[in-house]
Design a protein around this ligand. Structure first.
Ligand SMILES: C[S@@+](CC[C@H](N)C(=O)[O-])C[C@H]1O[C@@H](n2cnc3c(N)ncnc32)[C@H](O)[C@@H]1O
Length: 259
């Protein structure tokens, strides 16, 4: 075989191995891409079809936990809500994650014309309606999953969201505030010092499944999230809780330019 023929056949061999290598590489890339897409689709499917654990927690278990002597959050929240309702000149209030209506006894219909109570759990809202039948004309209870992108909410002067943002996250909360367009937002978030976000009580087992929907809260991130939709911080109040936890109340006002 001449040098020229030998060179040519070497060239053909190299070309064949190049094509084989490219083919193998392309197949491997497609398999990886397929796995990524399948995984993302499965995750989205699980997120959309998973029952929110809040729908399965009995109100009695939640309330017994919150009032337990070493938790005390229901009592503290009750006092805080009275302040939240009357701190600003508002006539309509939306309470997100109203649960059994703790704090509603402070609503004076001569001052507050309308209260919207929002929750994902029907049982909680039914109990609320029973407990506060005297607010009949001014209390509207809405069963809504705030995570659902298709929801439509009424507008209100003040949004109160206590221990709620933890379960819907900042982005969903921004979406809700943009819809309700309140002048004021008053929210309480729990800041944990390296401990579990659920305090211990004989009822805390009932809250075990909340891990799947819980978001760790940070004051800076919440302030940043609301600032980016035109709300600035006007009040900051820290309450120490048992078990190394803090309940942080943050109030925001819509920027004058957006009113
Ligand atoms: C930790 S509890 C707080 C209840 C009350 N605000 C308090 O301070 O005691 C959270 C409440 O938010 C409701 N919730 C959680 N996720 C929700 C969602 N995606 N849409 C509407 N309500 C939700 C729960 O059902 C529950 O009543």
């Amino acid at each position: 075989m001449s040098d020229r023929q030998a060179g040519f056949s070497r060239f053909i061999r190299m070309r064949k191995s190049c094509v084989a290598y490219n083919l193998k590489y392309t197949i491997r890339k497609s398999v990886v891409l397929y796995k990524i897409i399948t995984y993302a689709t499965e995750q989205e499917f699980t997120r959309q079809h998973m029952t929110n654990p809040w729908k399965e927690i009995r109100l009695a278990d939640y309330e017994n936990h919150m009032t337990w002597h070493s938790v005390m959050q229901a009592q503290i929240m009750n006092t805080m809500m009275k302040e939240q309702f009357y701190q600003y000149p508002v006539k309509t209030i939306m309470i997100l994650g109203i649960a059994g209506g703790n704090g509603l006894e402070h609503i004076n219909p001569d001052i507050i014309e309308k209260v919207f109570g929002v929750d994902i759990n029907r049982e909680y809202l039914d109990e609320c309606a029973k407990r506060y039948s005297q607010l009949n004309g001014s209390l509207s209870l809405l069963q809504v999953d705030l995570m659902d992108d298709s929801i439509v909410l009424p507008i209100a002067d003040l949004v109160v969201a206590n221990l709620l943002i933890e379960y819907v996250g900042y982005t969903c909360f921004q979406k809700v505030i943009n819809q309700v367009q309140p002048t004021y937002v008053s929210c309480a978030v729990q800041i944990n010092a390296d401990t579990s976000f659920v305090s211990d009580s004989p009822y805390s087992n009932a809250l075990d499944n909340l891990d799947s929907v819980h978001h760790q809260m940070s004051q800076d991130k919440l302030v940043e999230a609301l600032d980016s939709i035109g709300y600035h911080l006007i009040l900051e109040n820290d309450v120490l809780l048992p078990n190394d936890k803090r309940l942080l109340r943050l109030d925001f006002k819509r920027n004058a330019s957006k009113q």
